[in-house]
Design a protein around this ligand. Sequence first.
Ligand SMILES: *Cc1c(COP(=O)(O)O)cnc(C)c1O
Length: 376
Amino acid sequence: MSANTPDTIPFVDLVAQYKRYQSEFDAAWRTTVENSAYIGGPALQRFEKAFAEFCGAKICVGVANGTDAITLTLRCMGIGPGDEVLVPAHTFIATSEAVTNAGAKVVFVDVDPVHTLMDPTKIEAKITKNTKAIIPVHMYGQLADMQAIMPIAQKHGLKVIEDSAQGHGAIEHGKKAGNFGDAATFSFYPGKNLGAYGDGGAVTTNDAALADKIRRLANHGRADKFGHLIEGVNSRLDGLQAAILEVKLRHLETWSSERRAAAKRYNEMFAGVAGVKTPKTRTEGAHVFHLYVIQVQNRDALREHLTAKNIQSGIHYPIALHELEAYKYLGHQASDFPVASAFCKNIVSLPIFPEITEAQQQRVVEAVKQFVGQAR
Ligand SMILES: *Cc1c(COP(=O)(O)O)cnc(C)c1O
């Protein structure tokens, strides 16, 4: 990627975020270093408590990243070899990778054509006697249709893990992401809505026994009093990340509002522009817009056009999971999950972050308009 120029519109502006709260961040990392509280420690305990409260869950267990959060949860639910787990065909590979990491089999479910979230009407056809869990993903910051998914899971006795890596604070009918299923998993990858200064993740749940198991498995199987009852893994959220996340959590609601406002401005600016399909929201005010994804023809050419104008963009994600080389072993055709396949070909993620200005958005929209205007 070419170096940023002063007029570059970044995809995500973590420097702007740092500068906005610099004294708070500097105090947080300085305290960690001065107390050498690198693993465990007071900041981790405070953050876990604060994040559980934020989510409306009883317990939060910090882990090393969002992928491990899913794998550890599955393993502690007793899900592994011989079991099948349903995941949407359109998500980041981490969701399905985590299932494989737990030793279980990935089974894809297509997404719905309007919101491109796991399609509840396509779930039951994928359930077999080996199915143990469903992992709906709150893609792009929008809650999956949990009102439809939970009754299906209950009917078939399946566990539900909400992959909330893109949905921190997404809320519907007064319930935040993480309050619908048996557990929810979060990523604190730097670019996520709540991001650390490195990798990080968490599981939230109301199930104390499950939380204890996850905490133990993530910390070498260590039990407080009895030594090591099992072999575990090393997957901890470290003290420095927790200290940074503690600062950021205080501002997350403000950032979610700013993201919603930015998405609303994009929607208004794109209104009536032929050739640009803007994202659809299931419930007004629920979406936290981790990403703002439009659909256009010739998206690769659009991205080149944007790059030439010093506007960064992304694709989340370019190829539906069942079409990836990594899943060739499942033997799928593109047409097995047609909605996910088609959607992945036309999407472009535009810059969105709390600090984005109206002028920056205007420039992005003008560039997109110019491109689709030329194309017709
Ligand atoms: C980022 C992400 C993950 C994985 O999180 P990491 O912290 O990078 O391991 C899982 N699922 C989804 C949907 C994500 O966007």
